[in-house]
Write a protein that binds this ligand. Sequence first.
Ligand SMILES: [Zn+2]
Length: 85
Amino acid sequence: METGTQYICSYCGTIGQPVKYTPGSIWIEILLWCMFIIPGVIYSVWRLASKTKVCPVCKKDTMIPLETPLGQKIYREMYLDMQKK
Ligand SMILES: [Zn+2]
């Protein structure tokens, strides 16, 4: 992951670094692995496939790099327009 790139959340407007989020629970994974192997494998694959980067504040998968045109647009709408009023 490159450092220095700032991200903006299109949902809540937070600027910063997204955090890694893995859905599900490690305890369910361990339990499934101990009791049944096949669901354990499926659960592990699903968790890895669903691993995503989310906003540190609202935990939504809506972080956009600030340097992109869409990131700039959201930044303007969230911060600059607010200051005008
Ligand atoms: Zn957010």
